[in-house]
Design a protein around this ligand. Sequence first.
Ligand code: FAD
Length: 58
Amino acid sequence: MTTTAKSQDPSSKRTSVFIVGGDPVGLSIAILMNRFGIDFVMVERASSTTDHPKARGC
Ligand SMILES: Cc1cc2nc3c(=O)[nH]c(=O)nc-3n(C[C@H](O)[C@H](O)[C@H](O)COP(=O)(O)OP(=O)(O)OC[C@H]3O[C@@H](n4cnc5c(N)ncnc54)[C@H](O)[C@@H]3O)c2cc1C
């Protein structure tokens, strides 16, 4: 994920919860952490959404 703001650079933050991956599991955990007011940092290696759907028969 590309960012220009240093304050948003994950490597410059300290946190007790580090979430790797921003897809269904990572995003669900992030929403729960936010709901409970728990500070976290999430990183995602992809700079955009996938080219192909990853759920076509839910
Ligand atoms: C073609 C296709 C169709 C599907 N159809 C269905 C369906 O109909 N119904 C259904 O229930 N499921 C379906 N699935 C499965 C569903 O997409 C997965 O079960 C679900 O995406 C798993 O979510 P996840 O968050 O565990 O992992 P993923 O979706 O794999 O997410 C992992 C994330 O972590 C990131 N990541 C990995 N390593 C790193 C790293 N080192 N640093 C930073 N980021 C990292 C990845 O870029 C990715 O964004 C389908 C999958 C595919 C491929």
